[in-house]
Design a binder for this molecule. Structure first.
Ligand code: LRH
Ligand code: MN
Length: 386
């Protein structure tokens, strides 16, 4: 059995990108609840993301969403983040809220609307130049609600052309990361509904185009870890949007609904070479804390990923391979489950303390007074949604 001491060094470099929108008010179509201390500015979102990193040592980057996080000077914002001890990460585009995009953006039949959507992405690439971000993440709400409403084939051809025009503007080590989602807000067809469609498009674009796997974007009972295996195998897994769900795109705390699925996913990431200092697979969270406090929610989330990563690293790979080679079904399964059932929380707490971090980040945050301070200070102004 592999020991915690043996795998602990592999936890040193773990970095999880947190989403700026997790710190704003979010909700459902029924209600978006406000909460005391919610940021009123992008800088306050960055302060809260920096707090998560301070208490966990796990979240050195914050992803932005445009235009939700629009500011006049992104270079100044990047410096503000650095002064707070973190960096600005992935830039997320948004062609799902403007009136013109009701029937789509990059897939729209009207060239003027398509050009507007393309120009939005070129603006995001400019912002990446100012923030030093590597990834442009594109998720499209594009699709239709009724059979016959849309020419699905023509939309795919238009999408390929639009993506090509955006891809052509990337420079240096910048990447285009295409995120798929099975449905919502479109309820009949979605133009990028699954990993296969995303893969077809990124393969057509080139080596700097990869796929984002959002764990909440699959049909129920999809074997998500098999998709991880295949995308890693063909070198096209660019990033994760981690969250969890019971039903649809619930965007709940990662590992809260199905910790075993998270374990299985992380095992395939490790087995497929997608984890480690030389891997360019970005680990991000994509969540909304509709009713729970947002900063503790984010701390809990990055700890859940760290914990399941540690358990997945504990799988005795040699014994597993031997049992698999021997066709010993039950032994192979037992070796896998032994790691999952290994409680690493005490070891992780001691390991954090050995690195000058609080052994219990949730407890340390609660005792820090940070939450009370922001609730007292952040009165007036308008709380940010998303
Ligand atoms: C779409 C999505 C996408 C984001 C948004 C906040 O459901 O997962 O990643 O742009 O959530
Ligand atoms: Mn997502």
């Amino acid at each position: 059995m592999t020991t915690f001491e043996q795998i602990a060094p592999q936890l040193e470099h773990q970095a999880i990108e947190v989403p700026s929108w997790a710190y704003g008010n979010s909700g459902t179509r029924f209600k978006v609840f406000g909460s005391p201390g919610t940021p009123r500015t992008v800088e306050e979102k960055i302060d809260d993301a920096a707090a998560v990193h301070r208490f966990t040592g796990l979240a050195p980057k914050v992803a932005l969403h445009i235009p939700w996080d629009m500011v006049d000077d992104f270079a100044a914002l990047a410096r503000y983040a650095q002064d707070a001890g973190i960096e600005i990460g992935t830039i997320n585009s948004n062609t799902f809220q403007d009136e013109d995009y009701k029937l789509g953006g990059l897939t729209h039949h009207d060239p003027a609307v398509r050009q507007k959507a393309i120009d939005h992405h070129l603006q995001c690439i400019e912002i990446m130049g100012a923030t030093g971000s590597q990834d442009l993440k594109i998720w499209l709400a594009d699709g239709s609600n009724y059979p016959g409403q849309a020419d699905m084939r023509a939309r795919q051809d238009r999408l390929a052309d639009s993506l090509q025009q955006i891809y052509a503007q990337l420079s240096g080590d910048q990447r285009l990361v295409l995120e798929y989602k099975i449905f919502e807000p479109s309820f009949y067809h979605t133009d990028v509904p699954d990993w296969g469609t995303a893969l077809v498009h990124v393969q057509a674009l080139g080596e700097r185009a990869v796929v984002c796997l959002d764990t909440g974007h699959h049909a129920p009972s999809t074997n998500v870890e098999f998709i991880v295996t295949q995308l890693l195998r063909v070198g096209k897994l660019g990033s994760f949007d981690f969250n969890s769900r019971f039903y649809a795109d619930d965007d709940l705390i990662v590992g809260s609904a199905d910790p075993f699925q998270l374990f299985r996913i992380l095992f395939e990431v490790i087995r497929g070479g997608g984890y480690g200092p030389d891997s360019d697979v970005a680990f991000m969270l994509d969540q909304c804390h509709n009713i729970e406090k947002k900063i503790p929610g984010q701390i809990r989330s990055v700890l859940n990923v760290q914990e399941m990563t540690a358990r997945a690293l504990l799988v005795d790979r040699e014994a597993l391979a031997a049992a698999q080679q021997a066709g010993d079904v039950l032994s192979a399964h037992q070796i896998f489950m032994d790691a999952f059932y290994t409680d690493v929380r005490a070891d992780l707490a001691a390991w954090r303390e050995s690195r000058g971090l609080p052994g219990d980040p949730m407890g340390a945050y609660a005792a820090s007074g940070y939450q009370e301070k922001i609730e007292a200070d952040r009165v007036g102004g308008t709380q940010m949604s998303w």
